[in-house]
Design a protein around this ligand. Structure first.
Ligand code: ATP
Length: 362
């Protein structure tokens, strides 16, 4: 039973509420990413779970046991930091085995555990080197190995990949995910990198100003963001959030005034709870647009302002009145600056947010 549960977890630094009444439960075998902009309270939340920061209010349970009063070493957790702090004069093998130095295990048993863990992290070849003789990816794996060897109840990672270059990050994301899958422990990973969260997490908790805005699977967060903040924060390029007014509804079609244009969009039934002339925000991802040759009821007329080639795709910045929207097209679809385009959004890919910034759901 290695779940992590926090209830009403709150941290105040003087007048600042860094973490504000957070509730969440991470099941054994589950990876939860805490994601959000700098200063939103991710690290403070993690540090309170670890016992490195005293909570102002709230309860923390690990494996069903309340741990608020326990010291970090008595919480049976392993933490991997952004700065992995390996011992520079010890070999990789000694670094990995370090947490077992005062255990009751025999020397032989410790050596075989080191071998076993080194093998699972592909570090057998470098066991006799010192950290100074390793690449960044290897150092990161040693830090993970050192956490894994203790076989703790759960894992906490603080920005584990932020020091790696882009290519290495990509590889390590997959590797760490695979390792965690094999360990079946509750794991919390703090990151400000949404790609890291989307690829590594079973669920993501998106934080802002100390509070959780949404906690859900990566798919749910991406396709059904609970509010405008999550919608704008997740996805690259960012979702277009276009202010409009709902004029009327008929059979799944919403007639909406968008930046001075009257557009008919396919919307979900849930929008029927909104009344006529309500202010809404229409969320459309840049990849959800397609070009049409002639204006239609559902099309939006835009003028190309800037073109950014992105390899196989092109990012178009286009203007609708004085509002800029982002459209991603296949590279083959050539357009030029100043050109007038008609775009429609793919059915089922239009999200409507109400005037309180919440996704309109049934
Ligand atoms: P980052 O991604 O930049 O690390 P974060 O989301 O992890 O940000 P925290 O480090 O948890 O955010 O900080 C949350 C807020 O609490 C910030 O405003 C920060 O300045 C403040 N804070 C954190 N630690 C302390 C402290 N020891 N004393 C006072 N304020 C603090």
């Amino acid at each position: 039973m290695g779940s992590i549960q926090v209830e009403n977890l709150t941290k105040r630094f003087g007048a600042l509420t860094a973490v504000d009444a957070v509730h969440m439960r991470i099941e054994e075998g589950e990876v939860l990413c805490l994601l959000g902009p700098s200063g939103c309270g991710k690290t403070t939340t993690l540090r309170m779970i670890a016992g490195l920061e005293q909570e102002s209010e709230g309860d923390i349970f690990i494996g069903g046991k309340q741990v608020n009063h326990l010291s970090p070493s008595d919480r049976d957790i392993a933490m991997v930091f952004q700065f992995y702090a390996l011992y520079p004069t010890l070999t990789v093998g000694q670094n990995i085995g370090f947490p077992l130095r005062s255990s009751a295990l025999s020397k032989e048993k410790i050596a075989s555990r080191i071998d076993e863990v080194a093998k699972s992290l592909q570090l057998q070849e470098v066991l006799n080197r010192t950290p100074g003789q390793l690449g960044e990816g290897e150092k990161q794996r040693v830090a993970v190995a050192r956490a894994v060897i203790r076989d703790p109840n759960c894992f906490l990672f603080d920005e584990p990949l932020s020091r790696l270059d882009v290519t290495l990050r990509q590889t390590m994301r997959g590797e760490i995910k695979e390792i965690l899958n094999g360990l079946s422990k509750a794991t919390v990973i703090v990151t400000h990198d949404q790609l890291e969260a989307l690829t590594m997490a079973d669920r993501i908790a998106v934080m802002r100003n100390g509070a959780i805005e949404q906690i859900a699977t990566p798919h749910e967060i991406f396709t059904r963001p609970a509010n405008l903040f999550v919608a704008g924060f997740i996805g690259t390029p960012a979702m277009n959030l276009i202010p409009g007014t709902l004029k009327s509804l008929s059979e799944g079609q919403g007639n909406i005034d968008l930046c001075g244009q009257h557009v008919s969009l396919t919307v979900g039934q849930e929008i029927s709870r909104l009344s006529q002339d309500t202010s809404v925000t229409v969320g459309i991802r840049p990849r959800a647009f397609k070009l049409v040759s002639e204006p239609t009821e559902g099309s939006l007329a835009v003028v190309v302002d800037l073109i950014e080639p992105m390899g196989a795709e092109t990012l178009i910045h286009a203007m609708v009145e004085d509002m800029e929207i982002r459209i991603v097209l296949e590279r083959e679809q050539q357009v030029s600056v100043g050109e007038k385009l008609n775009v429609v959004s793919r059915a089922d890919q239009v999200l409507i947010f109400d005037n309180e910034e919440r996704l309109v759901t049934s």
